[in-house]
Every structure is written in C-alpha cells, then in structure tokens.
Design a protein around this ligand. Structure first.
Ligand SMILES: [Zn+2]
Length: 278
C-alpha cells in the first residue's frame, strides 16, 4: 500500500493456533464461536503479520513473527503452519534480511519477537545482519525478569543475543522513531506494549499489534485473557477507537487470518471493519 510518502507492506510469518477461550477473555464461547470457529482442540487460527515500511532510503520491519527456533513440542501445542513464512513474503516484497535497516518491536512475546534471531552454529545470532533493533526499555526489563504469569511468552533467546551483539537501542518514551513514524505505549497487554503510528499527507495508519489482535476483537469488552492489565486495555481501546473511527485511520491487524488492514466504522454504536485489499 502506498500511504503518502510511505510504502507499507503487510507480510506473513505463517499461522498458529491459540486457545479460543484465552483469546477472548470474559466473552463466553457461545458468543465468540459465532465469530470464529475453534478446532477440535479448542484453538483458533491466528496469523502473524509483521509490517515492512519503506520511507526514503530506510526500510523498517515491525515485529518479525515467531521465527524457526521453536521445537516439535511447541509446534504441536501452537499448530504452527509456516509453509509460507517471513523470508518468502520479504522476497515477494523485493527484500531480503540484509535490506532491513531498523527492526521495531511492539513487545517481546515469542509470536512477535521469535523472528528477531536465528540459530547460527551452536549459538544464536541477529536475523537481520544490518539492522538496529528498537525495543522499549520497560518491555525489555519485563521480558528479562519474567514471572509465573508471563513466563511462557518470553523466551530470552529471541532478544538477549541482540543485546550481546550490540544491536539493541532502547526506546524510553512515546514519540517519533523517524519522521512520520512514532510509537505509543498502550499498556494493557503488557505494561509497555506499544503501537506504531504512521502519518503522511494528512492521513494516519496504525499497527495495533495486540491492542486489537483481530477484527473479532474490535468491540470494547472483547479483550484477550492473556492481557496482564485488562482494565488498561479497555481504557486505551475506548480512547483509541473513538479517535480511529473519527479519523478514518487505516488499521493494520497483526493476527487476523483474513484481514490485514481495514478501517473501523461505527454505525450507531455497532463497530465493524471495512477491509482494505490494496
Ligand atoms: Zn503479545
């Protein structure tokens, strides 16, 4: 998609499956299963859609999917289908790993940061050999000091090797990471989860990451059970949706299996998403 001065491309690192109940928090299965059909292990299909943005001479990748370091046990639990993964979709966009200048993390859960590193002989190395990795400092602290509730989502091999390789630059606060591209802390999902905003020629697009993971999560109370601070998600979502509807923001959904981007509409309190195909 050409978006003002930016060329924005939604990529894919394949699909995986998460427990449907956990994905919808307090929403009963009788309701969410009308929107999304679970499989025989009660899981729903989710995509992993990193975003690549080309602006001037700089290429920015936002999140990188799960990558290929997980073993067969995780593959079974999460039902990964990476028959088409990030390398393929980068190539479709005319890019290779060496072309990425900046990798920007929304947060460090394994389905977003797994693709930041690769196995390299006996060790683990940065996946993007020429990239600086921009990571919010608070998220880094939480990811390197996990507790019982978030431990399963934070795998040190996805980010600690980046620091050891001298590739990490910490983001301390909200604001521009480059002209027209800024990050905003939402909290909620994790304390320092952030979304990415693009502004060009009077239009706004947002990569919402796990604030609104799929189009089925647009309604206010449809909040993941995974969220550590669901009331913060609710408060941020309430403000964000009002702004996004009024401004006709282009929303990029990181986990929706069929809608990569769309515009959220409010028809007398009934929210829906108009998908964008190009
Ligand atoms: Zn997450």
């Amino acid at each position: 998609m050409q978006f003002g001065e930016f060329e924005i491309t939604s990529l894919s690192d394949g699909n995986f499956r998460l427990d449907g109940g956990a994905m919808f928090g307090v929403i009963p299965r009788t309701m969410w299963s009308k929107r999304v059909q679970p499989d025989d292990r009660h899981r729903i299909v989710m995509s992993m859609r990193p975003l690549v943005v080309r602006a001037g001479g700089t290429t920015v990748l936002i999140d990188a999917g799960v990558g290929d370091k997980l073993g067969p046990k995780a593959a079974d639990i999460y039902g990964f289908d990476r028959s088409r993964h990030l390398d393929h979709t980068l190539a479709d966009a005319g890019l290779a790993a060496k072309d990425i200048d900046i990798v920007l993390a929304t947060h460090l859960h394994f389905d977003h940061a797994g693709g930041f590193t690769v196995r390299d002989g006996d060790g683990i190395a940065p996946r993007f050999p020429n990239a600086r990795y921009l990571i919010r400092r608070g998220e880094w602290e939480d990811a390197t000091h996990p507790h019982e509730r978030n431990r399963a989502s934070y795998l040190a091999e996805n980010y600690v090797p980046l620091l050891e390789a001298g590739r990490v630059e910490f983001i301390e606060e909200d604001g521009d990471v480059m002209p027209g591209i800024s990050v905003w802390r939402t909290g909620g999902h994790t304390m320092h989860h952030q979304i990415v905003r693009f502004e060009s020629e009077g239009r706004t697009a947002i990569f919402v990451a796990d604030l609104i993971p799929t189009v089925a999560h647009v309604d206010l109370p449809w909040i993941m059970g995974y969220d550590l601070y669901p009331m913060d998600t609710l408060a941020y979502k309430r403000r964000f949706l009002a702004e996004a509807v009024a401004g006709e923001y282009v929303i990029f959904f990181e986990h929706d299996p069929s809608v990569a981007a769309g515009i959220i509409r409010d028809d007398a309190g009934r929210l829906s998403v108009d998908p964008i195909s190009s």
